[in-house]
Write a protein that binds this ligand. Structure first.
Ligand code: MUC
Ligand code: MG
Length: 370
Protein backbone atom coordinates (compact mmCIF):
# COMPACT_ATOMS: atom_id res chain seq x y z
CA UNK A 1 0.00 0.00 0.00
CA UNK A 2 2.91 2.36 -0.71
CA UNK A 3 1.74 5.66 -2.20
CA UNK A 4 3.22 6.22 -5.62
CA UNK A 5 1.38 9.22 -7.06
CA UNK A 6 -1.24 11.81 -6.22
CA UNK A 7 -3.48 13.35 -8.89
CA UNK A 8 -5.92 16.24 -8.49
CA UNK A 9 -8.49 16.83 -11.24
CA UNK A 10 -10.78 19.88 -11.26
CA UNK A 11 -14.16 19.23 -12.84
CA UNK A 12 -17.43 21.07 -13.27
CA UNK A 13 -20.99 19.76 -13.55
CA UNK A 14 -24.02 22.09 -13.54
CA UNK A 15 -26.72 21.80 -10.91
CA UNK A 16 -30.10 20.73 -12.23
CA UNK A 17 -31.57 22.80 -9.41
CA UNK A 18 -29.29 25.31 -7.61
CA UNK A 19 -29.23 25.00 -3.82
CA UNK A 20 -29.50 28.23 -1.86
CA UNK A 21 -29.06 28.66 1.88
CA UNK A 22 -28.26 31.50 4.29
CA UNK A 23 -24.47 31.40 3.86
CA UNK A 24 -24.26 30.75 0.11
CA UNK A 25 -25.60 29.26 -3.09
CA UNK A 26 -24.36 26.38 -5.21
CA UNK A 27 -25.07 26.75 -8.95
CA UNK A 28 -22.57 24.24 -10.22
CA UNK A 29 -20.41 21.48 -8.88
CA UNK A 30 -16.83 22.73 -9.23
CA UNK A 31 -15.19 19.91 -7.29
CA UNK A 32 -11.81 18.22 -7.25
CA UNK A 33 -11.44 14.50 -7.90
CA UNK A 34 -8.47 13.14 -5.95
CA UNK A 35 -6.76 9.94 -7.03
CA UNK A 36 -3.99 8.39 -4.96
CA UNK A 37 -2.25 5.46 -6.63
CA UNK A 38 -0.12 2.86 -4.85
CA UNK A 39 2.89 1.01 -6.21
CA UNK A 40 0.62 -2.10 -6.47
CA UNK A 41 -1.64 -0.17 -8.89
CA UNK A 42 -4.54 0.35 -6.44
CA UNK A 43 -6.23 3.74 -6.93
CA UNK A 44 -8.03 5.33 -3.97
CA UNK A 45 -10.36 8.21 -4.77
CA UNK A 46 -12.17 11.05 -3.03
CA UNK A 47 -14.46 13.83 -4.21
CA UNK A 48 -13.55 17.19 -2.68
CA UNK A 49 -16.15 19.99 -2.59
CA UNK A 50 -14.79 23.56 -2.23
CA UNK A 51 -17.08 25.54 0.08
CA UNK A 52 -15.43 28.97 0.44
CA UNK A 53 -18.30 30.38 2.54
CA UNK A 54 -17.76 27.62 5.10
CA UNK A 55 -14.05 26.73 5.11
CA UNK A 56 -12.38 29.36 2.92
CA UNK A 57 -11.21 26.71 0.46
CA UNK A 58 -11.60 27.03 -3.31
CA UNK A 59 -11.09 24.57 -6.14
CA UNK A 60 -7.71 26.20 -6.83
CA UNK A 61 -6.62 26.24 -3.18
CA UNK A 62 -7.49 22.54 -2.79
CA UNK A 63 -5.46 21.66 -5.88
CA UNK A 64 -2.55 23.83 -4.74
CA UNK A 65 -2.31 22.51 -1.19
CA UNK A 66 -2.63 18.87 -2.21
CA UNK A 67 -0.24 19.00 -5.12
CA UNK A 68 2.41 21.26 -3.63
CA UNK A 69 2.22 20.57 0.13
CA UNK A 70 0.58 17.18 0.80
CA UNK A 71 1.66 15.10 -2.22
CA UNK A 72 5.39 15.40 -1.50
CA UNK A 73 4.69 14.25 2.10
CA UNK A 74 2.56 11.30 1.00
CA UNK A 75 4.60 9.70 -1.75
CA UNK A 76 6.59 6.76 -0.35
CA UNK A 77 4.38 6.35 2.75
CA UNK A 78 2.06 3.42 3.36
CA UNK A 79 -1.68 4.11 3.15
CA UNK A 80 -1.94 2.10 6.38
CA UNK A 81 0.05 4.71 8.30
CA UNK A 82 -2.78 7.22 8.51
CA UNK A 83 -1.60 8.44 11.92
CA UNK A 84 1.75 9.52 10.54
CA UNK A 85 0.18 10.94 7.39
CA UNK A 86 -2.26 13.05 9.40
CA UNK A 87 0.53 14.26 11.68
CA UNK A 88 2.43 15.47 8.62
CA UNK A 89 -0.63 17.07 6.99
CA UNK A 90 -1.60 18.84 10.23
CA UNK A 91 1.61 20.86 10.13
CA UNK A 92 -0.51 22.87 7.68
CA UNK A 93 -3.48 24.44 9.45
CA UNK A 94 -6.99 24.62 7.98
CA UNK A 95 -7.67 23.06 4.56
CA UNK A 96 -10.35 20.79 6.00
CA UNK A 97 -11.79 19.34 2.80
CA UNK A 98 -8.36 18.82 1.20
CA UNK A 99 -7.15 16.83 4.24
CA UNK A 100 -10.44 14.94 4.44
CA UNK A 101 -10.12 13.98 0.76
CA UNK A 102 -6.69 12.47 1.38
CA UNK A 103 -8.08 10.49 4.33
CA UNK A 104 -11.03 9.17 2.30
CA UNK A 105 -8.73 8.06 -0.54
CA UNK A 106 -6.50 6.22 1.98
CA UNK A 107 -9.49 4.29 3.35
CA UNK A 108 -10.52 3.48 -0.22
CA UNK A 109 -7.03 2.05 -0.81
CA UNK A 110 -7.23 0.01 2.41
CA UNK A 111 -10.64 -1.36 1.50
CA UNK A 112 -9.64 -2.29 -2.03
CA UNK A 113 -6.40 -3.90 -0.85
CA UNK A 114 -8.13 -5.87 1.92
CA UNK A 115 -11.07 -6.60 -0.43
CA UNK A 116 -13.57 -5.17 2.10
CA UNK A 117 -16.09 -2.33 1.82
CA UNK A 118 -15.15 0.72 3.89
CA UNK A 119 -18.35 0.59 5.96
CA UNK A 120 -17.24 -2.81 7.25
CA UNK A 121 -13.76 -1.53 8.07
CA UNK A 122 -15.45 1.24 10.06
CA UNK A 123 -17.51 -1.20 12.10
CA UNK A 124 -20.14 -2.73 9.83
CA UNK A 125 -23.02 -1.46 11.97
CA UNK A 126 -25.73 -1.60 9.26
CA UNK A 127 -26.38 -2.62 5.66
CA UNK A 128 -28.38 0.45 4.71
CA UNK A 129 -28.92 4.01 5.85
CA UNK A 130 -32.05 6.16 6.19
CA UNK A 131 -31.87 9.36 4.14
CA UNK A 132 -32.69 12.92 5.19
CA UNK A 133 -33.30 15.44 2.39
CA UNK A 134 -32.23 19.11 2.50
CA UNK A 135 -34.81 21.60 1.19
CA UNK A 136 -33.17 24.82 -0.06
CA UNK A 137 -34.59 28.34 -0.16
CA UNK A 138 -37.70 28.98 -2.22
CA UNK A 139 -41.11 30.37 -1.41
CA UNK A 140 -43.13 28.26 1.07
CA UNK A 141 -45.31 26.45 -1.46
CA UNK A 142 -42.34 25.50 -3.66
CA UNK A 143 -40.51 24.10 -0.63
CA UNK A 144 -43.55 22.00 0.25
CA UNK A 145 -43.77 20.79 -3.38
CA UNK A 146 -40.10 19.83 -3.35
CA UNK A 147 -40.46 17.84 -0.11
CA UNK A 148 -43.60 16.13 -1.43
CA UNK A 149 -41.88 15.20 -4.70
CA UNK A 150 -38.92 13.73 -2.81
CA UNK A 151 -41.19 11.80 -0.45
CA UNK A 152 -43.25 10.38 -3.34
CA UNK A 153 -40.30 9.53 -5.55
CA UNK A 154 -37.79 8.28 -2.97
CA UNK A 155 -39.81 7.52 0.16
CA UNK A 156 -37.82 10.04 2.23
CA UNK A 157 -39.65 11.24 5.34
CA UNK A 158 -36.98 13.32 7.11
CA UNK A 159 -36.36 16.87 5.91
CA UNK A 160 -33.77 19.44 6.88
CA UNK A 161 -35.28 22.83 6.07
CA UNK A 162 -32.88 25.60 5.12
CA UNK A 163 -33.80 28.74 7.05
CA UNK A 164 -32.02 31.92 8.18
CA UNK A 165 -33.71 34.50 5.94
CA UNK A 166 -35.00 37.88 7.01
CA UNK A 167 -37.65 38.61 8.02
CA UNK A 168 -37.62 35.31 9.89
CA UNK A 169 -41.40 34.98 9.65
CA UNK A 170 -40.87 33.92 6.02
CA UNK A 171 -39.09 30.79 7.23
CA UNK A 172 -41.58 30.22 10.02
CA UNK A 173 -44.27 30.19 7.30
CA UNK A 174 -42.29 27.53 5.41
CA UNK A 175 -42.02 25.28 8.45
CA UNK A 176 -45.70 25.74 9.25
CA UNK A 177 -46.68 24.96 5.63
CA UNK A 178 -44.56 21.78 5.71
CA UNK A 179 -46.05 20.61 9.00
CA UNK A 180 -49.60 21.39 7.87
CA UNK A 181 -49.04 19.52 4.61
CA UNK A 182 -47.42 16.40 6.07
CA UNK A 183 -48.91 16.27 9.58
CA UNK A 184 -46.93 13.88 11.77
CA UNK A 185 -45.76 11.78 8.79
CA UNK A 186 -42.37 13.49 8.53
CA UNK A 187 -39.51 14.62 10.75
CA UNK A 188 -38.49 18.27 10.30
CA UNK A 189 -35.38 20.08 11.51
CA UNK A 190 -33.90 23.47 10.69
CA UNK A 191 -30.51 24.74 9.50
CA UNK A 192 -30.00 28.52 9.51
CA UNK A 193 -26.31 28.53 8.47
CA UNK A 194 -25.72 31.44 10.91
CA UNK A 195 -28.30 33.61 9.14
CA UNK A 196 -29.78 35.04 12.33
CA UNK A 197 -28.49 36.49 15.55
CA UNK A 198 -29.21 34.84 18.91
CA UNK A 199 -32.17 37.09 19.71
CA UNK A 200 -33.86 36.37 16.37
CA UNK A 201 -33.15 32.66 16.79
CA UNK A 202 -34.86 32.73 20.17
CA UNK A 203 -37.96 34.30 18.60
CA UNK A 204 -37.90 31.66 15.85
CA UNK A 205 -37.83 28.91 18.48
CA UNK A 206 -40.90 30.46 20.11
CA UNK A 207 -42.65 30.80 16.74
CA UNK A 208 -42.10 27.13 15.77
CA UNK A 209 -42.58 25.65 19.24
CA UNK A 210 -45.83 23.91 18.20
CA UNK A 211 -44.36 22.46 14.99
CA UNK A 212 -42.38 19.52 16.41
CA UNK A 213 -38.92 20.49 15.23
CA UNK A 214 -36.22 17.98 16.20
CA UNK A 215 -32.99 19.99 15.71
CA UNK A 216 -31.89 23.61 15.17
CA UNK A 217 -28.57 23.76 13.30
CA UNK A 218 -26.23 26.78 13.39
CA UNK A 219 -29.04 29.26 14.18
CA UNK A 220 -26.54 32.05 14.81
CA UNK A 221 -22.77 32.39 14.64
CA UNK A 222 -20.99 30.37 17.34
CA UNK A 223 -18.50 33.27 17.54
CA UNK A 224 -21.25 35.36 19.18
CA UNK A 225 -20.30 33.60 22.37
CA UNK A 226 -22.72 34.80 25.01
CA UNK A 227 -25.72 35.09 22.70
CA UNK A 228 -25.17 31.58 21.41
CA UNK A 229 -24.85 30.16 24.92
CA UNK A 230 -27.98 31.93 26.08
CA UNK A 231 -29.84 30.46 23.12
CA UNK A 232 -28.49 26.93 23.64
CA UNK A 233 -29.36 27.07 27.34
CA UNK A 234 -32.94 28.12 26.53
CA UNK A 235 -33.58 25.79 23.60
CA UNK A 236 -35.61 22.66 24.20
CA UNK A 237 -34.42 21.17 20.88
CA UNK A 238 -30.75 20.26 20.44
CA UNK A 239 -28.72 23.07 18.83
CA UNK A 240 -26.43 21.48 16.23
CA UNK A 241 -22.87 22.62 15.60
CA UNK A 242 -22.06 22.18 11.89
CA UNK A 243 -19.64 24.73 10.44
CA UNK A 244 -18.58 25.62 14.01
CA UNK A 245 -17.37 22.03 14.56
CA UNK A 246 -15.32 20.91 11.56
CA UNK A 247 -12.69 19.18 13.73
CA UNK A 248 -12.63 17.07 16.88
CA UNK A 249 -11.19 19.99 18.84
CA UNK A 250 -13.89 22.38 17.63
CA UNK A 251 -16.62 19.84 18.38
CA UNK A 252 -15.20 19.27 21.88
CA UNK A 253 -15.03 23.00 22.56
CA UNK A 254 -18.52 23.79 21.30
CA UNK A 255 -20.16 20.89 23.12
CA UNK A 256 -18.35 21.22 26.43
CA UNK A 257 -18.63 25.01 26.66
CA UNK A 258 -22.34 25.26 25.90
CA UNK A 259 -22.14 26.34 22.24
CA UNK A 260 -24.03 23.28 21.01
CA UNK A 261 -25.97 20.27 22.22
CA UNK A 262 -25.57 18.15 19.07
CA UNK A 263 -23.08 17.89 16.23
CA UNK A 264 -23.16 17.44 12.46
CA UNK A 265 -20.46 15.07 11.22
CA UNK A 266 -19.34 15.32 7.59
CA UNK A 267 -16.94 13.00 5.81
CA UNK A 268 -16.16 15.72 3.24
CA UNK A 269 -14.54 17.94 5.88
CA UNK A 270 -13.38 15.42 8.51
CA UNK A 271 -12.58 12.30 6.50
CA UNK A 272 -13.38 8.97 8.11
CA UNK A 273 -10.60 9.15 10.69
CA UNK A 274 -11.61 12.45 12.35
CA UNK A 275 -15.33 11.71 11.84
CA UNK A 276 -14.95 8.48 13.87
CA UNK A 277 -13.43 10.50 16.71
CA UNK A 278 -16.17 13.15 16.62
CA UNK A 279 -18.83 10.42 16.72
CA UNK A 280 -17.10 8.78 19.68
CA UNK A 281 -16.93 12.14 21.46
CA UNK A 282 -20.65 12.69 20.88
CA UNK A 283 -21.48 9.19 22.06
CA UNK A 284 -19.32 9.52 25.16
CA UNK A 285 -20.84 12.86 26.08
CA UNK A 286 -24.39 11.77 25.25
CA UNK A 287 -25.13 14.39 22.59
CA UNK A 288 -26.81 13.61 19.29
CA UNK A 289 -24.89 13.38 16.02
CA UNK A 290 -26.23 13.74 12.48
CA UNK A 291 -24.31 12.66 9.40
CA UNK A 292 -24.35 15.86 7.33
CA UNK A 293 -23.83 16.69 3.66
CA UNK A 294 -21.32 19.13 2.19
CA UNK A 295 -23.41 19.24 -1.01
CA UNK A 296 -21.71 16.06 -2.07
CA UNK A 297 -21.70 14.40 -5.45
CA UNK A 298 -22.58 10.71 -5.63
CA UNK A 299 -18.88 9.89 -5.37
CA UNK A 300 -18.73 11.93 -2.16
CA UNK A 301 -22.00 10.48 -0.92
CA UNK A 302 -20.51 6.97 -1.09
CA UNK A 303 -18.21 8.10 1.75
CA UNK A 304 -21.08 9.44 3.86
CA UNK A 305 -23.02 6.21 3.35
CA UNK A 306 -19.97 4.22 4.46
CA UNK A 307 -19.64 6.27 7.65
CA UNK A 308 -23.36 6.19 8.42
CA UNK A 309 -23.55 2.41 7.85
CA UNK A 310 -20.22 1.69 9.51
CA UNK A 311 -20.56 3.35 12.91
CA UNK A 312 -23.38 2.39 15.30
CA UNK A 313 -23.79 5.85 16.80
CA UNK A 314 -24.18 7.37 13.31
CA UNK A 315 -27.33 5.33 12.77
CA UNK A 316 -29.46 7.07 15.39
CA UNK A 317 -30.76 9.61 12.87
CA UNK A 318 -31.41 9.74 9.15
CA UNK A 319 -28.26 10.87 7.31
CA UNK A 320 -28.17 13.77 4.83
CA UNK A 321 -27.36 11.86 1.65
CA UNK A 322 -29.54 13.26 -1.12
CA UNK A 323 -27.96 16.54 -2.31
CA UNK A 324 -26.79 14.73 -5.44
CA UNK A 325 -30.42 14.66 -6.61
CA UNK A 326 -30.03 18.36 -7.45
CA UNK A 327 -27.04 17.74 -9.74
CA UNK A 328 -27.38 17.39 -13.50
CA UNK A 329 -24.86 14.52 -13.72
CA UNK A 330 -22.10 12.78 -11.79
CA UNK A 331 -18.75 11.08 -12.34
CA UNK A 332 -19.95 7.83 -10.78
CA UNK A 333 -20.26 4.80 -13.06
CA UNK A 334 -23.02 3.06 -11.09
CA UNK A 335 -25.53 5.63 -9.78
CA UNK A 336 -26.71 5.46 -6.18
CA UNK A 337 -30.31 4.43 -5.60
CA UNK A 338 -32.58 5.82 -2.90
CA UNK A 339 -35.32 3.26 -2.35
CA UNK A 340 -37.95 3.44 0.40
CA UNK A 341 -36.07 6.35 1.91
CA UNK A 342 -32.77 4.49 2.28
CA UNK A 343 -29.46 3.84 0.52
CA UNK A 344 -27.83 0.42 0.72
CA UNK A 345 -24.13 0.42 1.54
CA UNK A 346 -21.96 -0.83 -1.31
CA UNK A 347 -20.50 -4.32 -0.94
CA UNK A 348 -17.69 -3.49 -3.37
CA UNK A 349 -14.20 -3.33 -1.87
CA UNK A 350 -13.26 0.18 -0.73
CA UNK A 351 -15.69 3.05 -1.27
CA UNK A 352 -17.40 1.30 -4.17
CA UNK A 353 -17.38 4.52 -6.22
CA UNK A 354 -16.15 3.59 -9.68
CA UNK A 355 -15.51 6.56 -11.99
CA UNK A 356 -17.07 6.75 -15.46
CA UNK A 357 -13.99 7.74 -17.46
CA UNK A 358 -16.04 9.17 -20.36
CA UNK A 359 -17.83 11.50 -17.97
CA UNK A 360 -14.56 12.50 -16.37
CA UNK A 361 -13.17 13.38 -19.82
CA UNK A 362 -16.30 15.41 -20.51
CA UNK A 363 -16.38 17.40 -17.28
CA UNK A 364 -12.73 17.80 -16.31
CA UNK A 365 -11.38 21.37 -16.57
CA UNK A 366 -7.65 20.76 -16.80
CA UNK A 367 -7.61 20.42 -20.58
CA UNK A 368 -6.86 16.69 -20.39
CA UNK A 369 -10.36 15.68 -21.57
CA UNK A 370 -11.54 15.43 -25.19
C1 MUC B 1 -25.24 22.42 5.62
O1 MUC B 1 -25.57 21.53 6.40
O2 MUC B 1 -24.99 23.52 6.09
C2 MUC B 1 -24.34 24.30 3.22
C3 MUC B 1 -23.18 24.95 3.52
C4 MUC B 1 -22.29 24.00 3.97
O3 MUC B 1 -21.13 24.17 4.34
O4 MUC B 1 -22.87 22.78 3.98
C5 MUC B 1 -24.14 22.86 3.39
C6 MUC B 1 -25.17 22.13 4.14
MG1 MG C 1 -25.47 22.90 8.18
Amino acid sequence: MIIDSVEVIPYRIPMRKPLEFASGRVDEIDHVLLRIQTTDGVVGIADIPPRPYTYGETQQSIIAVISTVFAPLLVGMSALDRGAIHRRMHRTVGNFTAKAGVDVALWDIMGQTLQQPVHRLLGGAADSVRVSHMVGFADPLKMVDEAERVREQYGITTFKVKVGRRPFLLDVDVVRALREHFGSAVELYLDANRGWNAAESMRVLDAVSDLDITFFEEPCDAAEILGRRRLVAHSRVPVVADESAPSLADAAREITTGGATAVSVKVARSGFSEAQKILALAEGLGVEAIIGNQIDSQVGTCGSVALAAGVNYAGRHAAELSNFLDMADDLIAEPLQIIDGAITASLQPGLGAKIDEDKLRKYRQDGKGN
